[in-house]
Design a protein around this ligand. Sequence first.
Ligand SMILES: C[S@@+](CC[C@H](N)C(=O)[O-])C[C@H]1O[C@@H](n2cnc3c(N)ncnc32)[C@H](O)[C@@H]1O
Length: 356
Amino acid sequence: MSSSEVIRHLIEGLHSSATPGDDLYSDERTRIKLLGAAQGLVAALTRPDEAVASITHGAGRHMCLQVANDLGLFDLIVSKSRSAHEMASVTGADEKLIVRIMRMMVAVGFVEQSGDGVYSATPMTRVMTLPSVKAGVEHTLEGLDILQSTPEYLKKNGYHLPRTMTDTPFQFARKTELDNHKYYAEVRPETMKTFQVFMDGLYGGPARAPWWTWYPIEDVLAVDSDVAFVDVAGGNGHQTAGLLRAYPGVKSRLIVQDLPEVIEGIKVLDSHIERMPYDFLTPQPETVKGARVFLLSNILHDHPDNVCHTILGNIRAAYDSGPLQDTDLGYDRAGDRSTASATRQRYHDVLPERRS
Ligand SMILES: C[S@@+](CC[C@H](N)C(=O)[O-])C[C@H]1O[C@@H](n2cnc3c(N)ncnc32)[C@H](O)[C@@H]1O
């Protein structure tokens, strides 16, 4: 097929991805199908030089977002449309710098510009004012030196995948022996706080439906037990807080565990939820033994297999007859089967009696 025929075929595919009456944005299945078809069409229409440049210049977009955040430009525009001149006088930045940053923001659709040079808000501008979104932009930019060091790290170690948490591009870049979370907790507590705010909202999500809307947790909570639920490495406890909002009548104990520095940094959490400093590489404390559910949300993907075995092994030694819930299994519903099956395999390796 010629390029033109391929493009025509993709346009037809795009049309047939949506049937009349479909809710094209709110229905997740339809949205993902259309997005895939549209991305295929964009890829076919993109010249090779444009495709490479969009990757190599990507970090520049990220940098502009951070400067816009630091200057509070999204907050300024969300409250009122403004010119670059106005924003320069409010922020003290050079007007030309504001124009350049805003040029990028207009190009990516994060703001709109009218003919008279006035910038106004789009739905993305509003998203950019959310604390978790700002924190996500900042935290991911903070880690760019690790990506930059990765080719050098791999060259030096003969292109082998890391097998431990303490010999990775992170330690190579930051010249530390600590694993990344302990490094942030102990050496850069402010960055750890930003990371936790990021995890509270993950770019303003929901990236996926909250797990308690598709997992039959009410059956578990209905059983009389001392500890109902343990959120292992639960950060600021936003998952447990969401569960409690959905099931406010729960009487049994609900527990959030994380590194001591993270637990101490929790600012707001319902008093029914216990805060427990705990290192998941060590045995689970006696006080959580027999818990009905252990939640691992966004955890196992961070670690090599042997560490996942340790984390899961510590949970296995503590759980009684209750289920072990990893929200990453929810990826099945969003279509990422590879993550789900890799996670399942890890469970099966360490919890063979639960093979289904
Ligand atoms: C990707 S975040 C996930 C947080 C939360 N479960 C969520 O879904 O938002 C990983 C969490 O693991 C915690 N963590 C890392 N190493 C840990 C350890 N050795 N023991 C306990 N928690 C740890 C981090 O502090 C962080 O809160």
